[in-house]
Design a protein around this ligand. Structure first.
Ligand code: GDP
Length: 331
């Protein structure tokens, strides 16, 4: 069944000052907009639930300052929203003066923590494409220092903030989003384990389990991630989807052409092979391997079959448990 996805989807809030880059991040990561087109985006001005809910593994909302969020407005039920949130991403524009942003970050984080101690607080130091390498490191150090000083002054040193340097002009935004999402997946160690077993038995160098719509990878094997490999895999997903949008068969008009039959092989001229296969409605596996290993495609496909089955079982077991749990509570 596919409905497990609605139960286990990580819920993410994207917040930050107006013009910090939230809509751009949303459009580039989830709607394939090219970074240059974001120059003409209209600013977000309402609490905005993204429509990706039905097409991606990830579920998220955007909140904007100033604007709709007023913690002092009694009719604004932020508590309910924070309770259901797994990660709060706070976007700070690194090309701008960030004093006001830090004040908002502090207010938001302390409010959210009061309501829900389990939220992961993730700070995106964003638009760093405009900064030199030295300046990037200096900015990260400064933001880290000031944000944590503010928390310490308020006696809130228990709150842990994670920091990422991001830009929509390279893969850093996808990489950061991937890490944020991975923290929200309770089955991550199991997924990593399965990927390790799969690649070592199949002669594969590296494998990523992707949310194919966003190119966020939700798990990979334990070999360290090389940015170039990750970028190649992302590019492959783009190519495959562009081609299947043009030539793919849409049985009921509209909708996605991504289904159980989806598979793609790209041979690069340096004896590397990229191999993509459908795993679930939202997830795909992209493998990176040598041409020699690909000669044993039968073995790889057999191992993949076992891997895919295991993934389905992991998510299905969890849904069943959730469903029982809900019934138990009369929901
Ligand atoms: P929002 O109000 O927070 O939703 O901000 P927008 O997404 O509308 O972005 C405001 C401006 O920042 C736009 O002109 C974007 O093109 C620009 N922007 C967003 N992300 C980046 C980035 O990573 N680098 C650079 N240089 N500009 C960005």
């Amino acid at each position: 069944s596919d409905d497990y996805c609605t139960d286990v989807k990580p819920r993410i809030l994207l917040m930050g000052l107006r013009r910090s880059g939230k809509s751009s991040i949303q459009k580039v990561v989830f709607h394939k907009m090219s970074p240059n087109e974001t120059l003409f985006l209209e600013s977000t001005n309402k609490i905005c639930r993204d429509d990706i809910a039905n097409s991606s593994f990830v579920n998220f909302q955007i909140w904007d300052f100033p604007g709709q969020i007023d913690f002092f407005d009694p009719t604004f039920d932020y508590e309910m929203i924070f309770r259901g949130t797994g990660a709060l991403i706070f976007v700070i524009d690194a090309q701008d003066d960030y004093v006001e942003a830090l004040a908002r970050l502090h207010l938001t984080v302390s409010r959210a923590f009061k309501v829900n101690k389990e939220i992961n607080f993730e700070v995106f130091i964003h638009k760093v494409d405009g900064l030199s390498d030295d300046h990037k490191i200096e900015t990260q150090r400064d933001v880290y220092q000031r944000a944590n000083d503010d928390l310490a002054d308020a006696g809130l040193e228990k709150i842990h903030l994670s920091f990422y340097l991001t830009s929509i002009y390279d893969h850093s935004i996808f990489e950061a989003f991937s890490k944020v999402v991975q923290k929200l997946i309770p089955q991550l160690p199991t997924l990593e384990n399965l990927l390790n077993i799969f690649i070592s038995n199949s002669g594969i160098e590296k494998a990523f389990l992707f949310d194919v719509v966003s190119k966020i990878y939700i798990a990979t094997d334990s070999i360290p991630v090389d940015m170039q490999t990750y970028e190649l895999c992302c590019d492959m997903i783009d190519v495959v989807f562009d081609i299947s949008c043009i030539y793919g068969l849409r049985e009921f008009g509209g909708g996605s052409t991504y289904d159980k039959e989806s598979v793609a092989i790209i041979k690069l001229n340096n004896t590397t092979v990229l191999y993509l296969k459908e795993v679930t409605k939202f997830l795909g596996l992209v493998c990176f391997l040598r041409e020699e290993s690909f000669e044993r495609k039968g073995l790889i496909d057999y191992n993949f079959h076992c891997f895919r089955k295991a993934i389905h079982e992991i998510f299905e077991v969890r849904t069943t448990m959730l469903r029982c749990h809900k019934q138990h509570r009369g929901l």
